[in-house]
Write a protein that binds this ligand. Sequence first.
Ligand code: T4K
Length: 366
Amino acid sequence: MILVTKPYLPSREKLNQYIDGIYERNWLTNNGPLVQALTSRLEEYLGVENLLLVSNGTLALQIAYHALGINEPVNGKAAAAITTPFTFIATASSLKWDGIAPVFADIDPETWCLAPGNIEAAITPNTRAIVPVHVFGNACDVEAIDVIAQKHNLKVIYDASHAFGVKYQGESLLKHGDAATLSFHATKLFHTGEGGAIVFKRKEDLKRAKKLINFGITGPETIEELGINAKMNELQAAMGLCVLDEMEENLKARAEVWQRYEETLGKPLQLQAKHQTLGYNCAYFPVVFDSEEKAVRVAAALKENGVLARRYFYPSLESVECLDAQADQPVSKDIASRILCLPIFDQLAQSDQRMIITLIEAERKA
Ligand code: T4K
């Protein structure tokens, strides 16, 4: 099968060397030397400060909520956060899991990110934060969101799980918001098997988060506040250091795959509209068909030929019962019903990609 993605596996020899070091030091987790090394390397690579490595992208979101205090009730009632329904379940479920009510506002029909124009109507006295998603690595309208957040005294936490290495107006997109979170899951462009990170705007928030990921412990005999275990371990960091060393080759190969799709499918199908200054990371290749029926038919035809495209992100989250069903978000619902993410990874053979494109073109015209 050709799957929607294929984890990037770096040099085995180099990974073995890192593992030898772990055996020699007998130090496996709790802020070990490889976690420290990966933290500095990522800060430098991404051009950011105040980066904290954690054990996965979901905990990255949850630690950010706690570090910024948005989980604290408002006048005895659960806090709320405004977020997008067009995302992976973890964005909204992490809020609910932490006792914060996710309140959906609809997306922009072109960029597929939370539309700033829909945010203010969803704000109530319980709203503490906005949690937009740079979906598929596209930049949200960060300036407009910032204006709304300032006006209503709300925190902004960007779920930037898909936005590793993305540049916006020449700088890291991760610099926007009070915090931005990343997922380093195996299926991501940069990965540590499982893993994630948070980039904080302020040093004091980073300091608190460092405490929170280690049970609130600050010394051998001091526990300052309630925390959890969200630490990255040395084996994860070893994988990350190896993947990072090969990032340029990986990016180059993906960009070629991305371009070939764009050249052939960009005209007949709807692609995600991106800001003109966006330095994109080619993490995903989503396409929108003119009807749900067509999207489903194309997915079935691909599957028959051994290709698994995915309906990311279907269904639109306002319809997910465990999140407490909410009013329809028509734009998100519509895009979610017609979208398919096509296989994209560095080793996708040109002949396989040609086969995928040919099948899509045939079904589209049928
Ligand atoms: N926020 C956003 C916006 C996210 O997209 C995500 C995760 C998160 C937060 C949470 O971050 P983490 O806590 O996960 O770090 C996959 C990933 O598991 C998930 O990390 C990712 N988003 C999401 C978009 O995709 P599924 O349910 O699609 O996973 P699964 O098992 O179906 O795998 C996807 C494809 O990759 C399949 O075709 C199989 C293939 N695969 C998968 C794995 C794990 C492999 O070939 N090898 C592998 O090792 O969620």
